[in-house]
Design a protein around this ligand. Structure first.
Ligand SMILES: NC(=O)c1ccc[n+]([C@@H]2O[C@H](COP(=O)([O-])OP(=O)(O)OC[C@H]3O[C@@H](n4cnc5c(N)ncnc54)[C@H](OP(=O)(O)O)[C@@H]3O)[C@@H](O)[C@H]2O)c1
Length: 297
């Protein structure tokens, strides 16, 4: 099986590369090979590569910048997946795409299910929702993996930011009223490969397609995650400068894009359809901390 993988320089794309190679030949495309801003080049590139499966974690993910770069954001997050989905539907090739808790408005405190009504608060969230809709409208077989609060030991993310600040500063002030499930790119990659193994044993995404929530289990705040990162680094012998961690409200940390307060994604469909029970966010975090990534500079 030939698997086209986008976004290989990103967190999820990078994590998927190895595990995907266990189930097929992975054809990776970075921005140089296929710039998703140039949506007219997508179908010809796919004609040339002729994948049997498309996995598309590439996205415009700069949530605050997206408010100022709406055209670019929608092109990468909505028009590009639309072009992929149209090609995939015409060729009967399954498509795995990724989406976000930011499609929801964050109201209430009940986890969002796959059937919950999306109402994005930001340009990024709206563009991701438009991408989901375009894939559905194309009518082909697909899976849209909705995840949240992604981190890895590579790239720009909360884990690496907190680790760096904890080695440089004495006091950290962290938002404590947004709640969700921090999810490692590794966890996402492992679960997606399990799903693909199951689906490709018969007729992929014929009966079990559509949106699927996939995060670590449990819930915390950014503050709770920061405390766990700092404690985990200390336990592993890191010489930290930080000695005070202060929980603050979202209103004390204004950002250009509005973020949902309740980012929890209900995991029951993942368990019922694919028999996947994801590890707790704490367990998944331990795996990344065990790499002692901060010692690599
Ligand atoms: N990060 C999160 O917290 C989070 C939360 C929920 C859902 N998600 C979703 O999960 C998926 C994976 O996210 P991630 O965290 O892995 O993202 P990421 O680390 O920011 O990586 C994004 C990838 O997309 C590529 N890309 C961006 N614009 C492109 C373009 N014009 N042409 C080609 N490639 C382009 C980037 O390439 P360059 O390196 O060249 O820029 C990079 O490889 C995305 O769909 C995202 O919306 C992420």
């Amino acid at each position: 099986m030939r698997i086209l993988l986008t976004g290989v320089t990103g967190q999820v794309g990078g994590a998927l590369r190895g595990p995907l190679s266990a189930i097929g030949t992975v054809l990776t495309v970075d921005r140089q090979a296929l710039n998703l801003l140039h949506t007219e080049t997508i179908a010809p590139a796919l004609d040339q590569m002729r994948p049997d499966l498309i996995v598309n974690p590439a996205a415009y993910t700069a949530v605050d910048l997206a408010e100022d770069e709406i055209d670019t954001t929608f092109r990468v997050n909505a028009d590009a997946p639309a072009a992929m989905a149209r090609w995939a539907a015409a060729q009967n090739v399954p498509l795995v795409h990724f989406s976000t808790d930011y499609v929801f408005d964050g109201s209430g405190n009940v986890p969002w299910s796959e059937e919950s009504r999306p109402a994005p608060l930001s340009a990024y969230g709206a563009s991701k929702l438009a991408g989901e809709q375009a894939i559905r409208d194309a009518g082909g077989r697909h899976l849209i993996v909705r995840t949240s609060w992604v981190y890895a030991t590579q790239g720009r993310n909360f884990l690496r930011t907190i680790a760096r600040l904890a080695l440089e500063q004495t006091e950290l002030r962290i938002v404590s009223d947004q709640r969700g499930a921090p999810t490692s790119a590794r966890l996402i990659a492992d679960a997606v490969v399990k799903i693909l193994e199951l689906e490709f044993a018969s007729d992929p995404f014929k009966d079990r397609g559509g949106p699927i929530n996939l995060t670590a289990s449990g819930v915390t705040s950014w503050y709770g995650l920061a405390v766990a990162i700092v404690n985990g680094m200390k336990q592993r012998g890191a010489k930290l400068t930080v000695n005070s961690m202060i929980p603050i409200a979202t209103s004390d940390h204004p950002t250009k894009a509005v973020r949902p307060l309740n980012s929890r994604l209900d995991q029951r469909r993942l368990l019922n359809l694919f028999n996947i029970q994801t590890p707790s966010w704490q367990e998944a975090l331990e795996v990344e901390l065990d790499t002692r990534f901060w010692t690599r500079g």
